[in-house]
Design a protein. Sequence first.
Length: 295
Amino acid sequence: MPNVRPFLIALSLGALAGCAATRPHADAPAAVAPVVAGPAANDNLNAVAWTQTAIEHDLLYREVYRHAGEQLLHALKDRDWDALPREERTGKARRLAPAVILDIDETVLDNSPYQARLVRDGKRFDEFTWSQWCREETAQPLPGALEFTRLAAARGVTVFYLSNRAQDLNDATLANLRKAGFPIAVAEPVFLGLGTVVDGCEQSGSEKGCRRRLIGRTHRVLLQLGDQLGDFVDVLANTPQGRRDAVSGYADWFGERWFVLPNPTYGSWEPALFNNDWAQPETRQRAAKLDQLRY
């Protein structure tokens, strides 16, 4: 029998050499996954994504507007019903024509495409890009808004639109509202933008109190709807506590005479968290927000 030992040894050495050639060296660096380029992180991404894609967003709007419509019919039957803040009502409202007051942006018109562009482009709000968006006149009605305003108009209730859009956007805003199908009374000015002059009332910043008082001179306000606290009452101190104080005497009015719509993308609630100082770097603003969180 031939001696096979040398052959087996050679075969074993060859196999070991093959394994060594295919097995990664223990000290070799692991493969690194390629970095996929993308947009910079943006604090508003989740809020805008929720606004545009979550069915919960639409359901909330429909829920609020449906309940507001039910309250509207109830308020029409009660001649003493009034939704103006107590300090803004002068004289009796019983004999005045009925009206409702609505904010525009994120209350009746959806501006989330503008917010989405800011997220996509890594930018922040500025008056120029905002003006460009408004002049496109393409903002769509939010769920339930058309049905509610048309119900009000059909019942003889004047629909007033209060907005803090600049005066040079008045025409574009009215055109957008009309294109979207909202009722616009022609017998009286029903769009009151920022800068509206009200005799005998000195406006503070962008607060809407003077404009509400102007409406209250000729109308009994049945309901108010908006996405910001200032859509209902003037906020004297825009701090978390100051905002609570502003509505401390009106808790029972929400869901009865005042209806708040959800807007997580922007609002005066945000600068209240960092002392209203937009000049601060974003890192400081973010740190101030983190300080407000409860753990």
